[in-house]
Design a protein around this ligand. Sequence first.
Ligand code: FES
Ligand code: FE2
Length: 396
Amino acid sequence: MNAAVTSPLATDHNGLTQLVASLPSRNYYDPAHYALELDRVWYRNWLYACRASELAAPRAFRTVEIGTQRVVIVRGDDGELRAFHNTCRHRGAALCTESHGTLSGPGITCPYHAWSYNLRGELVRATSKHLPEGFNKSALSLYPVSLREWDGFVFVCLARDPPPFERSFIDGSVSRLDAWPMNELVVAHSFSKAMRCNWKVFWENYNECLHCPVVHPSLSRLVPIFARALMDERDDPDWERNRASADPQFGTARFRGGLREGAVTWSRDGQSHVEGFRGLPEAERAAGHVYITILPTMFIAAHMDYVRTVRLRPLGPEETELQVEFLTTPEILGDPRFDLPGIIEFTSEVMLEDAAVAELNQQGLRSIAHAEGVLMPEEYAVYTFQRWVTDELARG
Ligand code: FES
Ligand SMILES: [Fe+2]
């Protein structure tokens, strides 16, 4: 990438002021580069695993696969959530083979030679009749994995020395959802899809709205500024002048962002039909959507009556799992007026539109003629994302 010496980011609005090259095309399909990204991006950063409410009961467990790595997360009888590499200390067999469930006893027993561990990961029993001299059970605990709970989400980090959790929130948004009852939320619905694209392709698409008028006709009607190919009012080089204008049209969602007049949430008809989250301040309700980006693992879109999470998981150089979850409170979920089908229909359409263009993007990147692309001024956040990836790889 021809990184400019001076920052190409504009200072008075969101945009690029210089022509910037995209990442080399081979970075999106080369197996060796993919292996490097697993090592330096995915095995070093905090990754979203599941909701804590999905592991509410003692002995509930879940396994998570990232690249070649497998992690088991389990809630102990003491109520603590812990994570371990899903690997036996004897000769390395995988311990838990199911994706989730409840352990039948107070520990984990290896299915190979039946070594057993308690839920703190300590080796309780090794199955030889003659333990060798020097055998020290306490030195053979399961390999621990760092775990962090935040807003009801469970994150794990495979690094021995994990980075500060807040570092994953690239826009410093760690407290942005404080007005939402995040710890109370349960999973109302989820779906996943294997996309035939590199994980970065999906993130890049997320980071720009140049495609919105072309790819998302329904969404562009709900969020009028998207129809102008902008994500935010500050993406408009004239935003300060427009904001100061006495002309009422510059005060509309078409220029300021937010939902079209009369709409309150992301759903089929833009309506909610329920009162929404109790105690949500008017500014958050009126915003229509609030986004948080947690690289490289997920983004969160919070609305007045539900929260949507989108998790990415690399499955290969050119394959990425997209997992979408719809979260709300048990109270809203139990309200017959809550239009969950309308929410799922609308947002799934948007997500599948994005998945389709991500696959299209991946196909074209394979051209031997296309060494790299170029970024347009509106793609400033793509540039920021690509810099983040480049910096992660450079950390050595
Ligand atoms: S590999 Fe687990 S007990 Fe032998
Ligand atoms: Fe999109």
